[in-house]
Design a protein around this ligand. Sequence first.
Ligand SMILES: [Zn+2]
Length: 379
Amino acid sequence: MKTIEILKDDGSARAGRLITGRGEIDTPVFMPVGTQGTVKAMTNKELAGLGVGMILSNAYHLYLRPGDELIRKMGGLHKFAGWDGAILTDSGGYQIFSLGVLREIKEDGVLFQSHIDGSRHFLTPEKMVRVQENIGADIAMCLDECVSYPSSFEYTRDSVELTSRWAKRCLEARSEEGSQKLFGIIQGGFYPELRLRSAEDILALDFDGFAIGGLSVGEPKSLMWDMVDTVVGLMPADKPRYMMGIGLPEDLLEGVNRGIDMFDCIIPTRFARNGSLFTWDGRINIKNARFTDDEGPIDEACSCYTCRTFSKAYLRHLLVSHELTSFYLNTIHNVYFYMELMKKIRHAITTGKFDKFYHDFKTRYEGGESNDRCSVCNG
Ligand SMILES: [Zn+2]
């Protein structure tokens, strides 16, 4: 069965529909992150109202707490969390390698200590497929090794080979029944030759979709795009292409421009809790003293509940007073902004105007007067 239907191409950008067990999702799609089975500070009713059709959850975290067996017993994550939309679970490769202590990678799997209580666990590719089946994700990801930046060529090469062997084992481990899709992940660190080798291995396997992983781990952005450019042209047109853990609004635009269909990132929700809010004229930090008596909304052009109802002065007051409502209202705005951005991107592609949208957005967003960019990293 098909996993994506492409309705329109515009240059390399593509608009289509992702076919999941929970219905069809318009692509390109952005998935807010609900690591623990909840998007922080949001209710599912709110998310659905903001137009979110799909969220990302994390199999590593849910395996450790509350446990995938418990989630299965409770009827699966959709029922447990009261979410009717689609769910993609990351296998947790990235988390095992970034959060797990005393990790030891073996041919069979990875041994690590929980970052929560220090308990020891051995996770194999087969086990992570089972965990994601217990959770009941609509899309599951292969267990992979995500190398840090920088890593040596030799280390990355061995890691690519291991990830390829694990990918085959994941594919063989999946159950026959059920509608869960399984995606393979292209790794390869920051060596074009190894990215190509990984792509050759992973794309040869019969996955429902393919992801580019191991990006945005501290490398310069130009290097990240070089790695995407190295492999994206090899990815089959009739399967979904997912860029994991990306990104800022301008990154989503760049990814779509290269033919990516799916994105996820903690940025809109985490930034919201820190007061960093997106507008069509750039990003602002609501903590800034210049908003102390600002009667206007975050963005005049935004129709979200927060912008329709509250002034920047009030939102600043909530944040500096550490009021919980601040998390809620700011998250509504940032998630709404991301959903609007994706809607506009899809509209631009279907009307054959993506190139114009891409340039107009960048000119306005990057040149915006309200930009509170970080003066150190300009990020
Ligand atoms: Zn808003």
